[in-house]
Write a protein that binds this ligand. Structure first.
Ligand SMILES: [Zn+2]
Length: 382
């Protein structure tokens, strides 16, 4: 009564497990810990695109939810990978970048999110769409993996290759996988990794995907779809470790017809800049807006996706100060320095050239106070 088809499937699976008599590790937590060496090796074999940069989740910060920092110029060691799977601390969790130093990829990921409060109906819609993408890949012979990433309607579909493929091809392939997202009932196109067919800035790393295992905010370990039901703990890990990369030659020819530049974004951005005065266009505000995605104007301000965190629901507010300086405020509380760095700008770029203070005297946080954006979003305390 009132169970989703998903839950019924789980019930059936639980009965199978009970009957089969094998005793898996007691909890998902202990399974992921115990098998961390194998998981680290498997990750190294199939998922690591580069060893000189990765995303490290921070344990809960004093005033916000955990964030990811990019670690550069260090070696992504087996120990770092193992610590992720052991997952003793959220600060041990990591995400991998989609692109190598040679601008190639070894995998793509489709990321279906559920924003806001838990919602059974939306969760089921997402699940059905995830199954649709998964089936599409499986029918073409890919060993795609479908992961329940948070138990709340967030799903990841991974496809990985036995040899690196160009970023552009990986991007086209990811767009091909999600091309019928509307038909599958989603209200917005799911995010894909790679997000773009090129790396947006010099030394760019591409997007970042958290490795399977412990979730970074909820008490949850990835579950994996075995084709008819969800598996967790040991059985989920069995499915992961049994998966080896697919041949890039499986990628359908029609993929190469997918446009490399999603024109909608380009036009959007041009339109936004057209709405500015010449002075604005050539000033800090024009510069900032030209570096951001999904910019929308409204009431003399703008919103955009924050480049410093995983942002699909634009949470960066951009305003213009009376003196022409660009004001930035991320509602997920990203540091202004991170946002500016992700735009490949310097703090001094936020100030008009003529009147701008010297770099040394740039205040650490030149974003508006609460008077400018009156409501600081309350973070969920855990
Ligand atoms: Zn942010």
């Amino acid at each position: 009564m009132g169970k989703t088809s998903n839950e019924r499937e789980n019930l059936i699976c639980s009965i199978h497990i009970l009957r089969s008599g094998s005793i898996p590790n007691f909890s998902p937590e202990s399974a992921w810990k115990t098998r961390s060496p194998n998981l680290a090796q498997w990750t190294k074999d199939f998922l690591v695109n580069r060893r000189n940069a990765w995303g490290q989740y921070l344990p809960k910060a004093a005033h916000g939810k955990p964030k990811v920092v990019t670690i550069r110029e260090k070696d992504l060691t087996d120990e770092v990978l193992m610590r992720h799977f052991i997952g003793d601390c959220r600060g041990d969790l990591i995400g991998l970048h989609v692109a190598s130093e040679e601008t190639t990829c070894r995998w793509i990921v489709v990321d279906i999110d559920l924003h806001g409060e838990p919602d059974e109906q939306l969760k089921n819609t997402n699940f059905q769409a995830a199954l649709g993408f998964y089936d599409r890949l499986r029918k073409r012979g890919f060993n795609a993996l479908l992961l329940d990433s948070n138990g709340r309607g967030g799903y990841h579909i991974w496809t990985f290759f036995d040899a690196p493929i160009p970023l552009t091809k990986a991007y086209q392939f990811s767009q091909w996988v999600v091309s019928d997202w509307e038909k599958l009932g989603l209200s917005e196109k799911p995010e894909t990794f790679p997000k773009k067919p090129y790396l947006p800035k010099k030394n760019g790393l591409g997007g970042l995907v958290r490795l399977p295992g412990r979730h970074h905010t909820h008490e949850f370990y990835s579950r994996i779809w075995d084709g008819s039901c969800w598996q967790e703990g040991d059985r989920a890990i069995d499915l992961l470790l049994a998966s080896t990369g697919d041949k890039p030659s499986l990628i359908p020819d029609e993929v190469s017809a997918i446009p490399l530049d999603p024109t909608t974004n380009v036009f959007q951005k041009a339109d936004i800049l057209d709405l500015l005065s010449k002075e604005q266009r050539e000033g800090p505000i024009g510069l900032v807006l030209s570096r951001l995605d999904s910019v929308k104007p409204g009431g003399g301000q703008w919103t955009a996706c924050c480049p410093a965190h995983h942002d699909r629901d634009p949470s960066l507010s951009i305003g213009e100060g009376e003196d022409g300086k660009a004001l930035l405020w991320c509602h997920a509380l990203c540091d202004i320095e991170d946002i500016v760095a992700e735009m490949d700008l310097k703090m001094s770029d936020l100030f008009p050239k003529q009147k701008g203070p010297q770099v040394r005297s740039v205040p650490r946080r030149p974003y508006p106070t609460h008077r400018y954006y009156p409501r600081r979003r309350k973070e969920n305390e855990e």
